[in-house]
Ligand binder design. Sequence first.
Ligand code: PLZ
Length: 456
Amino acid sequence: MTDTLQPAAEQGQVPTISGVEQRRVLRTPIPGPRSQALQTRKTSAVAAGVGVTLPVYVVRAGGGVLVDVDGNQLIDFGSGIAVASVGNAAPRVVQGVQEQVEQFTHTCFMVTPYEGYVAVCEALNRLTPGGHEKRSALFNSGAEAVENAVKIARRYTGRDAVAVFDHAYHGRTNLTMAMTAKNMPYKDGFGPFAGEIYRVPMSYPFREPAEIDGGAAAVRAITMLEKQVGAGRLAAVVIEPIQGEGGFIVPAPGFLTALAEWCSASGVLFVADEIQSGFARTGDMFACDHEGVVPDLITTAKGIAGGLPLAGVTGRAEIMDSVHSGGLGGTYGGNPVACAAALGAIATMEEEDLPAKARRIEELMRPRLDALAAKHPEIGDVRGRGAMLAIEVVLPGTLAPDAERTARISAACHAAGLVTLTCGTYGNVLRFLPPLVTPEHLILEGLDILEQAVAG
Ligand code: PLZ
């Protein structure tokens, strides 16, 4: 097969970002022969439980493009699940990491500390919603951040119970599996799960009558908590302000504010899990900012460090400081290299105004997705915010999820060199999470591919 050159490339207008020309190139079928050979090795060497969405093996990535072992260049609408928001191998991230890795790689912050950790906490305290005094603590993964937010909430309130929502995703550790809603693939056979986790209904506008607006959905959840758990037993309500793995569900306006107000009146901590929605992704620095919701605690990860493993819990100083010295930590939490990466990523977000880039991506994508939905009744809903957008695929004219068609559309995108991800409790949501630095011509080209995939 010869190179598939796209119009922008033919005009010679293609920028290079992080050493990668920003164009799609298909030299082989996807996956190509080298990727297939590696996938065979993977099957013999890697545990079967570690699944792969699209077995193209990556050798390089930058901007909005992934380059594979066969020389194909794919447009990236996944960002490694909302991580590479600043782009892969982003210049400030690379520079920070290179400098740090030459100086020292690890001391353990709990043993002999270093400035980078403190600087990341200062940035988190400054950037997260609310002008109150804050403290932060750093960890390795999103799940670990959620676990620690629960520990802190329990310690501060002296209460045990934790409320989560239908369709929630909070991780794969034992406590966070209990908090995650979906059984397959996350929980099946992995129990028993941690106790004192209570699940209540989410606001899911597409799947419920219009009279269940944000306020009514909040009353429904709050009533359940009051009657079935008891406000006085609740340490925290943990919620993704826009749900990620559960289907990019944006609650109806007013839902989050009503919950947060009830929490504050009931001595319950309102914990926003912004691991997927945070760090410029939704067009604000955090999704909570959109409705002016100020959480007591917020968990962050993914986009925070341009691809290096880092996560944080940030919250009101009196809550965070209620934990005894030594009560929070871990060998690697806030590793100096990951902190250097985070400082580079945060500088990129602020200096290049990536929230504005996310809003621009929505401006480009949403009208095209709306038009696609108007033409194809199997697209039941278009939703999301900023560069966190999705379509929900159903049997035309019904709410019945069509996971099979969703998988077919996604596979057609993959074959054409566009990396797409699915999500949702019913597996019928196609989500779009391009790096925020993706050049506009690639966003448009990705949409062309999606349109063809839906039509086919
Ligand atoms: N909270 C809101 O989105 C991670 C999971 C991918 P970790 N989402 C991607 C998979 O299948 O494992 C996530 C999230 C929200 C918590 C987490 C957990 O973050 O860094 O994967 O532990």
